[in-house]
Design a protein around this ligand. Structure first.
Ligand SMILES: [Zn+2]
Length: 212
């Protein structure tokens, strides 16, 4: 099977994404770009994660032509491909609809640097302007919003993270969802939260070098 290891990893993290509550139902999607083979493995569209198997993961070339797998790729294929084309530091993309990140995105708010774990994303996480799901416009806004970062929120939609490996991209998505929850809790308590200083963030970014 082509990209067997990548497809197995995507299945594993897709099930974990559902179990962890980062998505509901068939929402969200995961991909890996094998730069040597110039092939992308991505979750299929509208498929139950619980019964997902490696053979169900769709493999495409970098132009978006299906090379292996039955059915159609995720409707957010453009959202994944734009990062592989424009960000050499990203070889895996995770897209979730996690509750707290999506809540902030409904208010057009990003995730400020209120907790040290934000360093996994390279700093505060912006919220990209709303565009319809599955469109190239959404992909473009996500790319712009994630400039010099490894995560971005999509207005009234969810979260996208990217990293060199799926393990790291998934970890970023989980950490940012956690911080989004903290931020909403603090806001609910009526607290004015100061973000970490620029100096401290620079220090943290040096410590989180394994995410770069
Ligand atoms: Zn989505």
């Amino acid at each position: 099977m082509i990209l067997a290891g990548e497809r197995e990893s995507i299945v594993k993290y897709s099930k974990q994404m559902l179990k962890s509550g980062l998505v509901v139902g068939t929402g969200g999607n995961i991909s890996i770009y094998n730069r040597e083979e110039n092939l992308i493995a991505i979750t299929p569209g509208s498929r139950d994660y619980l019964t997902l198997e490696a053979k169900d993961i769709i493999v495409l070339d970098s132009d978006g032509r299906i090379v292996d797998g039955e059915g159609s790729p995720s409707s957010e294929l453009a959202l994944h491909r734009i990062f592989y084309k424009n960000r050499e530091d990203i070889s895996s993309v995770v897209h979730t609809h996690s509750f707290h990140a999506a809540s902030l995105s409904c208010m057009n708010k990003g995730v400020p640097a209120i907790h040290y774990l934000i360093a996994c994303a390279g700093g505060d996480v912006r919220c990209a302007p709303y565009e319809t799901f599955g469109t190239s416009e959404l992909a473009q806004q996500a790319l712009l919003g994630m400039e010099a970062r490894r995560c971005v929120l999509l207005a009234r939609h969810g979260l996208v993270s990217g990293a060199r490996t799926l393990e790291k991209a998934y970890s970023i998505a989980s950490h940012i969802e956690y911080i989004a929850g903290l931020y909403l809790t603090c806001l609910s308590a009526g607290q004015d939260i100061q973000p970490l200083s620029v100096e401290e963030l620079e220090k943290l970014n040096r410590e989180f070098v394994s995410y770069q």
